[in-house]
Design a protein around this ligand. Structure first.
Ligand code: OGA
Ligand code: NI
Length: 361
């Protein structure tokens, strides 16, 4: 297993280079089967831009108990029913968000030879990449990305981060620190909303120093045939939670809600938060890790920053004891996060197949 993860099974094609070559038809490798296309015959309504729940995070810390209770309740229902919400007034500097997103756009606009110096392999995924999974002949997504480790500090290696633009490393370090802090606050709220001690989820993740955090910057080039492909195939995030800074100007993220795909309308300066598989497991499925995907378009490229907040790699993750009873037995067996993640790193994105396959019958 480890061996086949050392290199890609086929020569890597940068989607950005394909898009820039001026082709009018996309290569077969990117064409999804009809039922997986953005507007398949199984979709009864065209995609609509909607607002997923919006939380004013400031209210969580309000002196006004009514506001506080309402915010906590809204977060609970979002985690339980949607698996997704947006936060505003989250405390992260808007200026920092804009500059970080801008610097990554500049990175992707560099000549391909420069980016190529950071080419990644499936051994760690760190660096500049154009596919997930190592299955030969797989149908690919219409996107490139840059992945880097931020936490734990022992895995943080700034030499692997882009040296150009000059401010990139510094901005990523500052952005990572702010966003990880916000995730820490969310973890407390998620714990309390489950009736657990406020540090319960963080402790299950191995504690503040040991959690994993990785940044994946997604670049979705313009696509001449957006109806035939996807920027990112349907998946749930394998980790704990994801904090996404979407492109403010271009929608693309779609969330599965009651069997339909809803296009998320980005709110300026907001983050999109979603529950990952590990928190679904820890909450014994009270919180939902929900399937999502990304559509592309022919007019604009799109950049998004996804910060994955994960358990320590060798943590055993299982439903919290307090959430298991005779009436509600544990739905999942204990499993190590690194072993769990290997699945997506080998097979690529497969909807919610993995977490569902674990359910104890
Ligand atoms: C992801 C993801 C959504 C987006 O990176 O896991 O779901 O809008 N990204 O880029
Ligand atoms: Ni995702």
């Amino acid at each position: 297993m480890m061996n086949c993860l050392q290199s890609w099974p086929e020569p890597v094609v940068r989607v950005q280079s394909l898009a820039a070559s001026g082709i009018r038809a996309i290569p077969e490798r990117y064409i999804k089967p009809p039922s997986h296309r953005p507007l398949s015959k199984n979709d009864f309504s065209p995609p609509q831009e909607v607002n997923i729940p919006v939380i004013d995070f400031q209210n969580v810390f309000s002196d006004d108990q009514r506001l506080r209770d309402e915010a906590l309740r809204d977060i609970y229902s979002a985690c339980h029913e949607w698996g997704f919400f947006q936060v505003v007034n989250h405390g992260v500097s808007h200026e920092l968000m804009k500059r970080t997103s801008e610097v990554w756009r500049e990175f992707f606009n560099l000549p391909v030879e420069v980016k190529q110096e950071y080419a990644n392999t499936p051994a760690t995924y760190e660096g500049y990449g154009s596919r997930l999974g190592v299955e030969k002949g797989a149908i690919l997504d219409w996107s490139d990305y840059f992945f880097l480790n931020y936490m734990p500090v022992s895995l943080r290696n700034q030499n692997k981060w882009p040296a150009t633009p000059a401010s990139c490393r510094e901005l990523v370090a500052e952005y990572g620190s702010e966003v990880v802090k916000l995730c820490g606050k969310l973890m407390k709220v998620f714990s309390m909303n489950l009736g657990l001690e406020e540090d319960s989820l963080l402790n299950a993740f191995g504690g503040e120093e040991n959690i994993g955090a990785g940044l994946r910057v997604n670049y979705y080039p313009k696509c001449p045939q957006p109806d035939l492909t996807l920027g990112l195939s349907p998946h749930s995030d394998p980790g704990g939670m994801t904090l996404l800074l979407p492109d403010e100007n271009v929608a693309g993220l779609q969330v599965c809600r009651k069997g339909s795909w809803l296009t998320v309308k980005p709110i300026p300066n907001a983050f999109i938060i979603n529950i990952g598989d590990q928190i679904q497991v820890l909450s014994n499925a009270i919180y939902q890790s929900v399937e999502h995907r990304v559509i592309v378009n022919s007019n604009s490229d799109r950049v998004s920053l996804a910060l994955f907040y994960n358990p320590k790699s060798d943590s055993l993750i299982e439903p919290s004891k307090e959430l298991v009873s005779d009436d509600r037995p544990a739905l999942y067996p204990p499993m190590r996060f690194d072993e769990y993640r290997l699945y997506v790193r080998t097979k690529g994105l497969c909807g919610k197949e993995q977490v569902e396959s674990l359910i104890i019958s």
